[in-house]
Every structure is written in C-alpha cells, then in structure tokens.
Ligand binder design. Structure first.
Ligand code: NAI
Length: 308
C-alpha cells in the first residue's frame, strides 16, 4: 500500500506519524509546498523507525507530485489553519484554491486514489474535491465528524468518569462550531444510553462543549489542534487499507439520504477498501432532523461561495 499525505504541517505530519507507527503503508510520501519541510519531517520520522520498530518507508517531497505516483490513499491537509477567534469558514478563499490544485496534481499521478479531505472548511472543501475531480462519490471522504465524535466521547467520559473507549457516540452534520450535531440520544456507555446517567443540564453542557471543542483548543494552543485530527485521519486510512468497514462519521456526498442532496455532509458511514461504502441511517427524530436540515442550509450557503 502507498499513502500520500499532502501538507507536512501540524495535522499532516501527525497523521503521517500515526500511519507509519501502525504500519498502514509500505510506502508513505509526505508532500508540502514549503521547501524542505516535508523532506525534513520525513527524515525525522524515519529516524524513529528503529526506536518504534516500524518498517514503513517515508519520503518527503517539495511539491514534486511524481513521487506520489501510484498512491492508494491520499490525505489532504494542506491549507491555512484557524487562529484564535477565527471560524473555519473564514479559510474558504485561500484553501479552495489550494485543495483544487492539490486534487488535480494528485490525480495526474494516482488516478485510482481514495482522497481524504481534512483542510477547512472541510465540508465545503470535500464538496469542491468531489465536483472538481468528478471522481466516483465513494472515493471522496471528508474527515471532521470522526474527530468531533472522538471529542464528544471525551466530553462524555469527563462527566461519567469512565474510559472514552467504552463509549459509543456520534456527531453528525457539518464540521463547524454551529453546524455539528452531537447525537446524545444515541450515545451509549457499554450499550446503556448515557442519558440514563446524566441530568438534562449535564447533557446540554456536554453537547455545547463538544461543539466548541476545536475553538477551545485553538484558544489554548494559539492555533488549531493536531493530535486528534491527525489520529482521526490515520484511523480512516487504517479502515481503508485493512478493509475494516468500521463505522465513522464522515463527510460524504448525499443523494437523498438524511433528506439532503447535492451536498457533502457528515453522516455515519462504513469505511473500507472502496472508500466510504454504506451510509447508515440512524433514523433521526423530528428535532434532530430539523437540526440536520439547518446544518445543511449553512453548509450549502458556504458551498455557494465557491460559485462566486
Ligand atoms: P499547518 O499550517 O501546520 O500546515 C499546513 C501545511 O500546508 C503547511 O505546511 C503549508 O506549507 C502546506 N501547504 C499550503 N499550501 C500548500 C500547497 N498548495 N501544497 C502543499 N502544501 C501546502 O496547518 P495544520 O494545523 O496542519 O492544518 C491544516 C488544515 O487542516 C487547516 O485547513 C486546518 O484548518 C485543517 N484542520 C481540519 C480539521 C478537521 O477536522 N477537518 C482539524 C484540524 C485542522
């Protein structure tokens, strides 16, 4: 398996590090536009190989896409990250140009690749990748809900004083502070609904804290987070290359599912060797569906900016 990560910044390098440690690829290429950055980080990571005991061969490239040729999976993390006080939406102009250009270059050398989009605003960048490339919909996957669901489990674990790994919880909708929908009604702790253990007030707090999870970290760190985003990207790569068919919330093209079409939005999907394979219908109630529709409206108006 060959995997390319475009963007050797905080998220891209962390994602690559996870891919190497888990030996998800025999060959891993890190590519960045900034001279020397990807080569330097690739070398630094390779120098952990004997310490961590992995056999993935990592190489770096300054914008030379020929080195990415024949990639099975490509993760796109190139673009500007948020600064404190910024929304993900404010990144649209710059990142749209970058993501479109990266997709074109990637497909010249890896026409069969499955593309995972991480750059923000991720829902719009995923829609752009889909429409600009014309690839079959299953090969374009946006990573946002995977991260948000992990953050949701973290928030729940803090209130329940339990291991996040014992929790099942998903966030659907857009990957924005106001567009994501943590589905607390479906969240379980070892199969028991978490709502059995939490007051209404606690539930509201958990949902609110999950929604501003990214912004909270941006304020603390001074730029957007990378450990969990990088790990979330690698988890999707793992499910693809090992054909695990695990269920993750990913931003995918909807054609009537969840009542929406002509949009890419976060829904639970299985991820396997063909990319995203099956959308799982959680059967939202009226209140949840109304939130989902509102989220779709907000993402759609952001997508409209691409047309101007
Ligand atoms: P960063 O600034 O550390 O890294 C971005 C890298 O992209 C830089 O090294 C830059 O040189 C490179 N780059 C810029 N234009 C490029 C081009 N045309 N070709 C190749 N490389 C190029 O930023 P960070 O923190 O790694 O974030 C990356 C993106 O991921 C941002 O848009 C950020 O908002 C987004 N993000 C998305 C998350 C999600 O859940 N979807 C979570 C966290 C970040």
């Amino acid at each position: 398996m060959k995997v390319t990560v475009v963007g050797a910044g905080a998220v891209g390098a962390t994602c690559a590090d996870n891919i190497a440690r888990k030996e998800l690829a025999t060959e891993l290429v890190l590519l960045d536009i900034k001279e020397g950055l990807a080569e330097g980080k690739a070398q630094d990571m390779m120098q952990t190989a004997t310490l961590l005991g992995f056999d993935t061969r990592i190489t770096g490239s300054t914008n030379d896409y020929s080195k990415t040729a024949g990639s099975d999976v490509v993760v796109i993390t190139s673009g500007l990250p948020r600064k404190p006080g910024m929304t993900r939406e404010e990144l649209i102009g710059t990142n749209a140009g970058i993501v479109k250009n990266v997709c074109e270059n990637i497909l010249k050398h890896s026409p069969n690749a499955i593309i995972i989009v991480i750059s923000n605003p991720m829902d719009t960048m995923t829609y752009l990748a889909l429409t600009a490339t014309g690839l079959p919909k299953n090969r374009i996957i946006g990573m946002g809900g995977t991260l948000d669901s992990s953050r949701f489990k973290y928030q729940l674990s803090q209130h329940l004083n339990c291991s996040p790994s014992d929790l099942n919880a998903v966030v659907v909708g857009g990957h924005g502070d106001t567009t994501m929908i943590p589905l607390i009604r479906f969240a379980t702790w070892n199969s028991v609904p978490v709502t059995n253990f939490l007051s209404e007030e606690q539930q509201k707090q958990i949902v609110a804290d999950t929604m501003v999870g990214g912004a909270t970290l941006t304020k603390l760190i001074g730029t957007s987070a990378w450990y969990a985003p990088g790990a979330a990207g690698a988890a999707l790569v793992e499910s693809i290359v090992r054909d695990e068919k695990k269920l993750f919330t990913c931003c995918v093209s909807l054609e009537g599912e969840y009542g929406q079409k002509d949009i890419c939005l976060g829904v639970p999907v299985t991820i396997g060797r063909n990319g995203w394979e099956k959308i799982v219908d959680f059967k939202l109630n009226a209140e949840e569906q109304a939130l989902f529709n509102k989220s779709a409206d907000a993402v759609r108006s952001m997508n409209d900016v691409l047309k101007t």
